[in-house]
Ligand binder design. Structure first.
Ligand SMILES: C[S@@+](CC[C@H](N)C(=O)[O-])C[C@H]1O[C@@H](n2cnc3c(N)ncnc32)[C@H](O)[C@@H]1O
Length: 205
């Protein structure tokens, strides 16, 4: 399994995913699913990095939000920067986090998880959501460009459906309305809304 020292990457600035602000498509995505965001009482953002997405979600909801990242450095910086006192910043591994929430927001965290642990990621998210709870995400697809070993680890929509399908129902998916200029035209991002199902749920094959 490829092991990444995420903290070191933040410390040395080796963070090509980090653009100094929230994802440009996030305001549109949140507006499309505003009911979910407004209704949520607790939101988890796993692998939140510097937490700009967390801050934007925080502007739209009065719910508790946890920004969780395995690396200490981005969480330290997020704490210094973020104005919102209802956000809890946590240094921790998403596989060990034992809190609960009714909405997960995911942005390029899944593609940072080694392929061998993808199913564990899905189970971890399912275990902290109630039945009917949602995971809304901006997923990074098909990062199988030549020479790219990962992270990001390549994934297709078909593979996502296979991984999530055991515990989640696919509710909606669409490319983001906007993206970073460096990702424009790549077609590698997809916004997806998953809804947690009962464990005996059988996904369409
Ligand atoms: C590609 S970065 C994305 C960061 C942020 N979501 C963004 O879009 O700017 C992946 C993030 O996931 C974090 N991460 C990786 N494995 C993790 C784990 N097991 N638990 C929590 N965070 C993790 C990394 O430290 C990193 O901040």
């Amino acid at each position: 399994m490829i092991s990444v020292d995420w903290n070191e990457r933040y410390k040395t600035g080796d963070t090509p995913w980090e653009k100094g602000g929230h994802h440009p498509g996030l305001p549109f995505l949140l507006e499309t699913h505003l009911d979910l965001v407004e209704r949520a009482t607790s939101v988890l953002v796993p692998g939140c990095g510097l937490g700009y997405d967390v801050d934007l979600i925080g502007e739209l909801t009065s719910s508790k939000i946890v920004g969780l990242d395995i690396a200490e450095e981005p969480i330290r910086r997020a704490k210094e920067r973020s104005p919102r006192d209802k956000t809890t910043w946590v240094v921790g591994d998403l596989f060990d986090w034992n809190g609960k929430c009714d909405l997960v927001f995911e942005h390029t965290c899944f593609c940072a998880i080694p392929v061998e642990r993808r199913q564990d990621y899905v189970s971890a998210m399912a275990s902290l959501l109630p039945l009917g709870g949602h995971l809304l995400g901006i997923f990074f697809l098909n990062p199988d460009h030549e020479g790219e070993e990962g992270p990001p680890f390549g994934v297709t929509m078909e593979e996502l459906c296979k991984s999530f399908g055991a515990e989640f129902e696919l509710v909606w998916s669409e490319p983001p309305a906007r993206t970073y200029s460096s990702r424009e035209g790549e077609g590698r991002e997809l916004c997806i809304l998953w809804k947690k199902q009962a464990t005996d749920f059988v996904a369409d094959k």
